[in-house]
Design a protein around this ligand. Structure first.
Ligand code: ZN
Length: 430
């Protein structure tokens, strides 16, 4: 599997002092549980963008949530391995390219470049593995062939292609592995059916064994990209969910027992079918559970509706930066909301973040100029660690720094903690 370049590394100051174990919400348990990385190595997979509407504030909120998690885990003493994909082989991108009469590769490339520069501006820690689906096609094809050979997948006849399509047999997966449908989303049968259709599923396709079985491999069609990826399967391209299953388990260090990776993350709209189906594929491929935690960021609305390209209400990070907004103010405006909440973007939030950033920077200059020998770990710095480890409570962290900035003699060690934990540099070059 090939990796593509991500973006320049962000320096995260290592924090001396007491480490705080991370408590994080897990959708399966539907509660906040401690993250216990095996051998101190936390493997984090975050579903990447479909590169056609990069990077709106909904994306930014998701990647900032998991960047905060990355920082929380680091302060807890864990070594973090982070992988992210680029969903560049999928219907929404191909449909957009066709509608706009552009080459899908060029569209994906330009949008991925924009995403990289937005991530860099927002000071998001780059993934160790950043993988385009088109660079993982052969591994994905092998996995599909294995599922077919093991009786976890079946062929469905086509009317518009020379070969059959291949679907995952969810009932077989449930009968023979630990996977259970609904375990992550807790959706009712009606909700499962509705969300399956909403995200491109085809419950009524003739020849399927179960309406919710997801597409694993789509046989080649005219004018669609396709690959001869593995023996035993036709020329074609992968379905969406198996892409992430293979990229996550193929790039991250996997635990020798228990769940394979530590955390699977993404936006809440990926809960089902995407994360459930990815987990089903991993279960069928390995006989094991995919992730120890399934964690999701809330959705961001604008002008009363979910931010989406089809509604035309996108607020783009690149546009805010081009208008002269400090990317650190954008970062703070997003982090003022708890990652699990869904919220609406208002321009006033950005104004508030600008004045907050100014107050913090003034305090940082005062703290640095005072040159008072700092305590090993000041109270606000300890409080910041406790808050980030408490299910990434960034609103509480911001209150702590607000109070610090109001002090007559703000402690200098908080500057480094704000950089390490909130990802905001208060002094140039610190
Ligand atoms: Zn994914």
């Amino acid at each position: 599997m090939q990796f593509v370049n991500s973006w320049p590394r962000v320096q995260v100051p290592p924090l001396a002092g007491e480490r705080v174990p991370v408590m994080l919400y897990d959708a399966v348990a539907d509660s906040v549980r401690e993250v216990a990385p095996p051998d101190g190595i936390a493997s984090l997979y975050v579903c990447g963008i479909t590169p056609y509407d990069a990077t709106h504030l909904g994306h930014a909120a998701t990647y900032l949530a998991f960047d905060t998690l990355n920082r929380a885990l680091r302060q807890s003493g864990a070594e973090v391995r982070f992988a992210e994909n680029i969903t560049d082989v999928d219907d929404p991108l191909l449909e957009r390219a066709e509608r706009d009469r552009v080459d899908w590769q060029q569209l994906a490339q330009s949008q991925t470049d924009l995403f990289r520069s937005d991530m860099e501006q927002l000071r998001i820690i780059a993934p160790d593995s950043f993988v385009r689906v088109q660079d993982a096609i052969f591994e994905i094809g092998q996995a599909v062939a294995q599922l077919l050979g093991d009786g976890f997948a079946y062929s469905v006849p086509t009317t518009d292609a020379a070969d059959d399509d291949i679907y995952l047999d969810l009932q077989a997966v449930q009968a023979r592995t630990p996977y259970e449908i609904g375990a992550i989303s807790h959706f009712s049968p009606e909700e499962l059916a509705a969300a399956f259709v909403e995200f491109g599923g085809d419950p009524n396709r003739p020849g399927k064994r179960c309406p919710l079985d997801p597409l694993l491999w789509r046989a080649a069609r005219v004018n669609e990209p396709s690959w001869k990826a593995a023996d035993g399967i036709p020329q074609g391209r992968p379905g969406w969910h198996v892409e992430c299953s293979v990229i996550a388990t193929g790039t991250l260090p996997v635990a020798t027992q228990g769940a394979l990776i530590t955390i699977q993350g993404g936006g809440r709209d990926l809960l089902y079918p995407h994360h459930e189906m990815s987990a089903a594929h991993v279960s069928a491929l390995t006989g094991r559970e995919f992730a120890g935690h399934f964690t999701h960021a809330g959705l961001v609305a604008y002008q009363g509706e979910k931010m989406s390209k089809s509604l035309g209400n996108l607020v783009l990070v690149s546009k805010l930066v081009a208008e002269g907004h400090d990317p650190m103010a954008v970062r703070l405006a997003v982090l003022a909301h708890h990652y699990r909440s869904s919220w609406e973007w208002f321009t006033a939030d950005l104004d508030a973040a600008h004045s907050r950033l100014t107050r913090w920077r003034v305090a940082a200059h005062r703290a640095a100029a005072a040159d008072v020998a700092a305590a090993a770990q000041s109270t606000p710095r300890r409080q910041l660690r406790t808050a980030i480890a408490n299910d990434l409570d960034t609103p509480a962290m911001i209150e702590i720094v607000d109070a610090w900035a109001e002090q007559a003699h703000p402690q200098a060690d908080v500057i480094e903690a704000v950089d390490a934990l909130l990802g905001v540099q208060l002094l140039p070059g610190n």
